[in-house]
Design a protein around this ligand. Structure first.
Ligand code: NAD
Length: 296
């Protein structure tokens, strides 16, 4: 069993790290938020006093951080100076392809192994070990990383070379942002047309309107599986992070000349939701902006 440092114990990392501990690994967990470290300890991890302390002597380092600036900072200041030579470094955060490549290439030049391995699935999948992970790296790096990712996953897929995991992830989340907006506006319209939301869910989740946003993450309370909508849109995947991902998709589309009008529309709507103070709410909370009269 390996010594694994896990840095970033938020909505996602807080569920992921204990699954590695349950698989028998020695997991040293760290987050800037002390309560998150306490929860990881309750989940069977041991705790570290700092990121540098966590990575000291670790065979594998896994990071689950908000955005590219956090990833750059943690790898430059904490991981590279303190991790042991040859350690396997795995970044599960969602960041832009260029940052993933730059960070990874720099670390590889310093003698580490590095893969980008962003995840898909919400907090429930993180907690239950049912994420889908998309991995960017060489064949050998993928094979080496895979056993450490499997305890957190229902699927671990080799997307291609360094950065390919992030490319897959931002394309996936562009679909997610657009389908969530479409699902929300359909619920608003259904209600105005006199349909009971639960009845509409029962129909659409079994009909051609179904998607993950409908079936697994319905944006209204009291229908389908338990989702952030059942908790006043607290927890889950912050709208600010969805906006970040849609901006990453727009930048990526611009860089290769791809036409992505639905992604652009979703970005504009999430920007408005965040500007109105919704950034900390789950991204499905955008239903409240689409119709202020929406009763939840
Ligand atoms: P989060 O904000 O809940 O968690 C991030 C954690 O990183 C926080 O606890 C924060 O304190 C910690 N952190 C930040 N800087 C740090 C540092 N220097 N050292 C140690 N800890 C530090 O975010 P999240 O929802 O867990 O998402 C994490 C990543 O996963 C993001 O890139 C997000 O886009 C992606 N993601 C999220 C979801 C979701 O449903 N929430 C799903 C798939 C992917």
């Amino acid at each position: 069993m390996a010594k694994i440092a896990f840095i970033g114990l938020g909505h996602m990392g807080g569920g992921m790290a204990p699954n590695l501990a349950k698989a028998g690994h020695e997991v040293r967990a760290f987050d800037l938020v002390p309560e998150a470290v306490v929860r990881a300890k309750e989940g069977g991890c041991s705790t570290a006093a700092s990121a540098a302390d966590a990575v000291n002597n670790a065979d594998v380092v896994i990071t689950m951080l908000p955005a590219a600036q956090h990833v750059r900072g943690v790898y430059e200041n904490d991981v590279a100076p303190n991790a042991k030579a040859g350690a396997l470094l795995i970044d599960c955060s969602t960041i832009d392809v260029d940052s993933a490549r730059e960070v990874g290439e720099k670390l590889k030049a310093q003698g580490f192994e590095f893969v980008d391995a962003p995840v898909s699935g919400g907090i429930a999948a993180a907690a239950s070990g049912n994420l889908t992970l998309m991995v960017g790296g060489t064949d050998a790096e993928f094979e080496k990383a895979k056993p450490f990712l499997e305890p957190m996953a229902k699927a671990v897929i080799h997307a291609g070379q360094l950065g390919a995991g992030q490319a897959a992830k931002i394309c996936n989340n562009m679909i997610l942002g657009a389908t969530m907006v479409a699902t929300c506006e359909a619920f608003v319209l259904a209600q105005k047309l006199g349909l009971d939301p639960k009845v509409f869910f029962d129909i659409s989740s079994k009909a051609s309107g179904q998607s993950w946003s409908m079936t697994s993450y319905a944006p209204v309370p009291g229908v389908g599986p338990d989702t952030p909508a059942d908790h006043d849109y607290e927890g889950g995947f912050a709208a600010a992070l969805m906006l970040k991902d849609l901006k990453l998709a727009a930048d990526a589309a611009g860089s290769v000349g791809a036409y992505t009008p639905m992604g652009a529309e979703a970005e504009e709507l999430y920007q408005r939701f965040v500007d109105r103070g919704g950034g900390g709410k789950d991204f499905s909370g955008i239903i409240k902006m689409l119709d202020d009269s929406w009763k939840v």
